[in-house]
Design a protein around this ligand. Structure first.
Ligand code: C2E
Ligand code: MG
Ligand code: MG
Ligand code: MG
Length: 280
């Protein structure tokens, strides 16, 4: 029976695996054109404090494909990383984010910081810090407005290179945040070695707060560790008032998630007069 089923499932799965491999290849080809054809855009999600005030926004890339519609970064960023295309794409993201904060300044939309995601390959590139310095100078944005979100995987791979780059960034006044904190590596060694400004608690832990006592303990432990290390801490993926209450009680006063604001276009963000849902 198992054998017969196995045979059936092979013939069943083969086309779908083939299809996803085809889609990937097509996307890879199309990704090369996407930047030139202006198919990327940034959405922005607010990061708010316990009073609902917007502290900063995270820029999240979107690919508006002419036929396939909106494609998620979770699908195309890994392809971009494998093909080096992440370098020009990542640079465009930082440029566009800087241009946007400039526009908000001109429109008197109060956004203090803009956070951008940096992929491992982009961070490892020898010219990374110089490119950022150049972009800031060109757009006229003060370095203290920029937050770089780096993952644990990004900073851990070549610790000497990481220390040097992060010291340079810190020297310029740029803030750094460890994204998806807690899911990457169990080693905490880098926390004392690196000039980090903020830990961003991964959304999987935030999701577990109410359902899993261990999840709640982990979140509380991360908050305490961040405090004791003198780091700012923010929770991502916040979806309920209950989660906010827990986080606030444990001393985490910065939140990002669907509950306090979904990612949206720059225009719709600027139109918002009241920053976020009222918090307790
Ligand atoms: P991330 O940096 O951890 O971003 C958070 C992701 O969680 C975003 O997905 C956001 O839309 C989503 N999110 C926010 N609040 C909630 C919530 O309450 N519930 C749930 N379920 N999800 C929430 P998105 O925009 O699809 O981005 C996915 C990932 O793609 C990002 O994770 C980041 O790793 C990567 N990414 C996005 N933009 C860029 C970029 O410009 N450059 C690079 N290198 N990576 C990017
Ligand atoms: Mg992020
Ligand atoms: Mg994250
Ligand atoms: Mg994530």
């Amino acid at each position: 029976r198992a054998k017969a089923n196995g045979r059936n499932s092979i013939s069943f799965y083969r086309p779908s695996m083939q299809q996803s491999a085809d889609r990937r290849l097509t996307l890879e080809k199309e990704l090369r054109q996407a930047l030139k054809s202006h198919q990327f855009l940034l959405h922005y999600q607010p990061q708010v404090d316990h009073l609902g005030r917007v502290l900063s926004v995270e820029a999240l890339i979107r690919w508006q494909h002419p036929e396939k519609g909106m494609i998620s970064p979770a699908e195309f960023i890994p392809i971009a990383e494998e093909t080096q295309l992440i370098l020009p794409i990542g640079e465009w993201v930082i440029e566009e984010a800087c241009r946007q904060i400039r526009r908000w300044d001109q429109q008197a939309v109060p956004v203090r910081h803009i956070a951008v995601n940096v992929s491992s390959r982009q961070f490892r590139h020898a010219g990374f810090v110089a490119r950022i310095r150049h972009i800031l100078a060109e757009t006229g944005i003060d370095a203290s407005r920029l937050v770089l979100e780096l993952t644990e995987g990004c900073v851990i791979s070549d610790i000497d290179d990481t220390v040097e780059k992060m010291r340079d960034l810190q020297g310029m006044g740029i803030l750094t945040s460890i994204d998806d904190f807690g899911v990457g590596y169990s080693s905490l060694y880098y926390l004392k070695k690196l000039p980090i400004s903020q830990l961003k608690i991964d959304q999987s832990f935030v999701r577990d707060i109410a359902v899993d006592p261990n999840g709640a303990v982990i979140v509380e432990t991360i908050i305490n560790m961040a405090k004791n290390l003198g780091l700012n801490v923010i929770a991502e993926g916040v979806e309920t008032q209950e989660q906010i209450e827990f986080l606030q009680a444990k001393g985490c006063l910065s939140y990002q998630g669907f509950y306090t604001g979904r990612p949206a276009s720059a225009d719709s963000f600027g139109r918002r007069t009241h920053p976020a849902a009222p918090l307790t």
